[in-house]
Write a new protein. Structure first.
Length: 99
């Protein structure tokens, strides 16, 4: 499964748990197509910090919202710092959407 497949399957449910709204309701339905390629440069940094690329990309999508409280060039570090906070939500989403 590519990270695009992972995002397509999990992002809307994750979004609903984080914001209480769907991607469509927040006018973010195209976020995967628009920004799904931009996390490749962070894959090594995330891996070294113990964050899988798929999970990193799920959190990276949040950096395009107002939950990101740092400059854009610090997105990779924001993902690492917020990983433990969002991991229970990620795990809940993955459990709910198991095939």
């Amino acid at each position: 499964m590519s990270h695009y497949d992972y995002l397509e399957k999990h992002l809307d449910c994750f979004w609903q748990k984080v914001f209480g709204k769907t991607l469509d309701e927040m006018w973010c339905a195209g976020i995967i197509g628009a920004h799904g390629d931009k996390g490749y440069c962070y894959s090594r940094t995330w891996k070294d910090a113990g964050v899988s690329f798929e999970h990193g990309m799920l959190l990276y999508m949040l950096t395009y919202t107002d939950v990101m409280d740092r400059p854009e060039h610090e997105s990779d570090q924001w993902v690492i710092e917020k990983y433990d906070e969002y991991l229970p939500i990620i795990q809940e989403v993955e459990e709910e959407l198991q095939d």
